[in-house]
Design a protein around this ligand. Sequence first.
Ligand SMILES: C[S@@+](CC[C@H](N)C(=O)[O-])C[C@H]1O[C@@H](n2cnc3c(N)ncnc32)[C@H](O)[C@@H]1O
Ligand code: SF4
Length: 384
Amino acid sequence: MTLFRNFNRFFNKFLRQPGYALSVGFKRLRAFFYYYFGKGKSSYPEAVTLFLTHKCNLRCKMCGQWGESGVTKKQSIQFIKEELSLQQLQSIIDDVSTFKPNITLFGGEPLIYPHCIDLIKYIKQKKMHCLIITNGFLLEELAQDIVESGLDELNVSLDGNAALHNEIRGMSGLFEKIMQGLKRINILKAERKSRTPFINLQCTITKYNYRYLEQLLDVANEARANSLTFHNLIFITPEILNRQKEFDKVLSCSSSDWQGFAFEPEIDVEILHQKMKDILKTKHNFSIDFYPNFSYAELKDYYGNPYYHPRQYSGRCLSPWIVAYVFPDGHVRPCLNSTYSFGNVKEANFMKIWNSQEAIRFRKILKENKIFPACVRCTELYRY
Ligand SMILES: C[S@@+](CC[C@H](N)C(=O)[O-])C[C@H]1O[C@@H](n2cnc3c(N)ncnc32)[C@H](O)[C@@H]1O
Ligand code: SF4
């Protein structure tokens, strides 16, 4: 079911990067096989997300890390400053280069990590697909380095026109700076006759911008984007947080980072749904998606029901069979907001960790339960 719901996204990816899309399709089938028959083991991950740094120069209102309810801003300086060295990250890349997963660079703000460009170059030398998700603040000064690095996909967060984006992200002049950066990148791509990096705009739907989502159409045109994706808001209710604690006890871990998303969405679904329909009717040179791709009834349930459960989707999470998250302290985790660890790259090599006893235990307990309470508004649940 989930596969069909995401067909449009997959098809657009296939048109832009056919080899990459096919290899993703194949790896996903392999992960399905291991989910059902692997007894907690998994084949090589399709993707490895490197969480390069907790640090961020913005304070976006809705962010679970640095926003109004954000959890990272309450952490110690020591925690916030912790990062793996370039050498340690390169050694992870060496370990995984035998099976070539897609590498996603994430944070905090990944471009703040001082060796980010060198790391991208290294990943590309090893012939792996590399994507970065960035707030775009540093694009202008790093444009040349980024284009020359060989980066495949540049996902830039943009939540509205200049006034709205700067308001949500708490920095005047930010939008203008990002657009200058994208302009520069487009010029450099044209000079080098390069199609990459593909420019993907990501807009997070919030109470601040859901009435004005059409603004992004002009923004994406101006940015000469390849794609525009509207992401439904991630949030959690106190009721779900409480239920998650029972499972955390069983797994001896904490999901307290979900606290960063504990707020009311305050989104009028009638208005949002009308916006979606209007936007999806328009035709552009870039692809447009809403993610997850909800119907009206699902949207109502997602935003309005405290006991929401995604019944129309497969109802099981496959992510820990497909993606590994490497954190700045070296721990390899199955999920972004859980402290459960499969092992630490400072102590063991990546492939040992990926199918360690801890990893097998987590996958078995997850499969028995299909999902954990906190999973219901995690975007990974809707991807596979
Ligand atoms: C956490 S940020 C990290 C990367 C980078 N700092 C950035 O802003 O792009 C990754 C993405 O999550 C989005 N995001 C932030 N808060 C969110 C929320 N409550 N629900 C859904 N997405 C959110 C951001 O807008 C951004 O596109
Ligand atoms: S830029 Fe990204 S990490 Fe930083 S506050 Fe905004 S959403 Fe969060």
